[in-house]
Design a protein around this ligand. Structure first.
Ligand code: UDP
Length: 379
């Protein structure tokens, strides 16, 4: 009856369901939550503001193929993300750039540091903070220590529950020091928000007669693995299983639980037209939350009220909260490798997405990866 079972209707599952359905395959798409779009899910709240229930998701990509693909399912609203961080009580632009230098230091010192940066790096380059810390130049040392202490150290400790040296440098490299004067957070070629939101975008992708969507269904209610075979409603299933959930759950946690980092999302409705000076303001050094998002600045709307989100990082506890981020410690990686080796025994199961591949994928990374997997499986 079905050619392919896909578990999870987030971005990875939606791209693969859409691609295979279009190629004539019959898809059973199983989703545990009551809605599609995974952590991109958005909805209009009582203030009339489109909010992102699982934290801010800003779309940006340098990949023309990803942009073209998603553009089939949505119109875009041009949007260039801006982030500020509170440093010594004052909001300053991120990524840390020459404008930031001038906000945090007196002009003479800012001039000196800017000259030191330009002497060592090409204009426009993005330098990860851990790389900047390695330079012997005393001005660069001073700047690296300042940025590390004021922007990265305490934010990362809050976000990950670990000091930055215990997590992969690739994580902090996501927010580099920029040699230049551009406050645009991402700098990608294509930056925009789906005009009617991600949920609508994903619904448009899944609107196909070959896709049967089962919401509110844990995959274990309808299928299981026995030996190296897949059973759907107790009948052997010979098609392909595409799995986008946590890999430990697929294998009954037989090697223990995979660690993830979670966040408690606290939305607040504010009785004022505006709340803050940028769509996202990071609080590296104060409070238990890491950042505040004001959604009205991402999806502009006329309203006398505004809605904000405070993010409180916390340990992931299965069944209690959401597994937002894989962890980047050696132990976590080793735990994942065990499940990955187990997966390799199954010729007709493909794991894809942030949870299943245990990777820090952005939205465009997921779409790109899913399109690539479709190409390989459909060859
Ligand atoms: N980061 C930081 N200070 C900041 C912003 C980011 O230390 O003000 C570090 C932190 O470790 C964080 C990582 O950079 O987890 C990636 O930040 P990003 O904004 O990309 O995180 P996401 O939006 O994916 O949660």
């Amino acid at each position: 009856m079905f050619d392919i079972i896909i578990i999870g209707a987030g971005m990875a599952g939606a791209v693969l369901a859409e691609r295979f359905a279009k190629s004539g395959k019959k898809i059973l798409l199983i989703e545990r939550r009551q809605h599609v779009a995974g952590n991109c899910y958005d909805e209009v709240d009582a203030n009339g503001i489109l909010i992102h229930k699982y934290g801010p998701h800003l779309f940006h990509t340098d990949d023309a193929q990803v942009w073209e693909y998603l553009s089939r399912f949505t119109e875009w609203q041009l949007y260039f993300h801006r982030v500020k961080a509170i440093v010594d009580g004052k909001p300053v632009p991120l990524p840390f750039n020459f404008n930031t230098l001038r906000e945090v230091f007196p002009t003479s010192l800012a001039d000196k540091l800017e000259a030191a940066l330009l002497k060592n790096f090409e204009y426009g380059k993005k330098v990860p903070i851990l790389e900047l810390k390695k330079f012997a130049d005393s001005d660069l040392q001073f700047l690296a220590d300042f940025v590390y202490e004021k922007i990265f150290l305490h934010y990362s400790e809050k976000q990950w529950g670990l000091s930055p040296d215990k997590i992969s440098g690739a994580v902090t490299a996501r927010v580099p020091v920029l040699i230049g004067r551009n406050d645009n957070y991402f700098g990608d070629k294509f930056q925009a928000m789906p005009r009617l939101g991600y949920t609508k975008l994903v619904k448009n992708m899944l609107n196909h007669k070959n896709i049967k969507l089962l919401l509110n269904t844990d995959f274990r209610e309808v299928m299981n693995l026995r030996g190296e075979e897949i059973f759907l409603f107790d009948k052997k299933f010979d098609g392909r299983l595409i799995y986008t959930g946590q890999l430990d759950e697929l294998f009954d946690k037989k090697f223990g639980e995979l660690p993830y980092r979670s966040i408690k999302m606290k939305f607040e409705k504010i009785d004022a037209e505006n709340f803050q000076s940028a769509p996202v303001v990071n609080y590296p050094n104060n409070y238990a939350f890491t950042r505040i998002t004001e959604f009205k600045q991402i999806h502009p709307v006329k309203s006398s009220r505004t809605t904000i989100l405070k993010e409180y990082p916390q340990e992931y506890v299965a069944g209690k909260n959401e597994p937002y981020y894989p962890l980047f410690t050696d132990a976590a990686r080793a735990a994942y490798e065990k499940y990955s080796a187990e997966l390799a025994r199954f010729k007709n199961i493909t794991a894809v997405g942030r949870l299943a591949e245990y990777r820090y994928y952005d939205i465009d990374d997921v779409v790109k990866r899913a399109l690539k997997i479709f190409g390989e499986l459909n060859a």
